[in-house]
Design a protein. Structure first.
Length: 253
């Protein structure tokens, strides 16, 4: 992979909360138009990695190292500038506006383009409804009345309204029923075709590795394995720790 292929990278990226190290010297690369996943157990440092790359660490968090976006070191950029340049994070909590309609939540996602007076920015709404037809059906409904799967769709759709170059997803399957998880991952796989690069953080290693092109395994803040997603899914250490028996027979179709 050449430097030109890497739309987003981290090098020697560490995160501390007070005296506690949550992430230690991480290095990852996200090529344009690819899905890259980071898998690991709860508390392994996955969300700290995402938040550090987004510049969205909590007030007691501190990161060191380098984050590079389109060849530029953005480690000292505030989160607002990163968003303005095409980085977007869908947080684990989704953070929707429950008392607002589905469509109003989506339109808020395009506020950056509206403020920049980008011509035709509302046309992205048609594309989001094409990807998520259920949101079109629910467009006048309050976001707080949606099911868990629909709320996740809305959170991703709202992020897509800003036409990001890199979409970061934090535990998109969290709290969802198995059938809905499958649907969400089918949508994530299709998003690759839109050209957006995706950095996917997941506890559901099986589903994540099935849709990803490349993967990293993180344990206690350290990246211990990396490689093509198919290779990781066949690695006995990954199978024993994260996939379990029969993992190779399960597919996201």
């Amino acid at each position: 992979m050449t430097e030109a292929d890497k739309v987003l990278s981290a090098a020697s990226l560490s995160v501390r909360y007070g005296k506690v190290t949550a992430l230690n010297q991480a290095a990852i690369h996200v090529p344009a138009g690819h899905i890259v996943t980071v898998i690991g157990a709860n508390g392994a440092g996955k969300s700290s990695l995402l938040n550090a790359m987004m510049g969205a660490l909590p007030i007691n968090g501190h990161s060191t190292g380098q984050v590079t976006y389109q060849g530029v070191n953005i480690q000292n950029w505030p989160v607002e500038r990163r968003v303005a340049q095409g980085l977007c994070l869908v947080p684990e909590r989704r953070e929707l506006f429950a008392s607002m309609s589905v469509e109003d939540n989506l339109l808020l996602g395009g506020f950056r383009l509206f403020r920049a007076r980008t011509p035709g920015w509302r046309n992205q709404l048609t594309e989001v409804y094409r990807i998520f037809p259920r949101l079109r059906e629910r467009r006048a409904q309050h976001a707080g009345t949606l099911s868990g799967g629909e709320r996740q769709m809305l959170a991703v759709g709202r992020a897509l309204m800003s036409q990001p170059r890199v979409l970061m997803l934090d535990e998109p399957s969290l709290g969802l029923a198995p059938l809905i998880v499958r649907e969400i991952f089918q949508i994530i796989a299709r998003l690759r075709d839109t050209g957006v690069a995706i950095l996917l953080v997941e506890q559901n290693a099986r589903a994540a590795l099935q849709v990803a092109d490349y993967g990293y395994v993180i344990e206690t803040g350290n990246i211990i394995l990396e490689g093509a997603a198919r290779e990781l899914a066949a690695d006995q250490r990954v199978i024993d720790s994260y996939l379990g028996l029969g993992a190779a027979r399960v597919t996201v179709e």
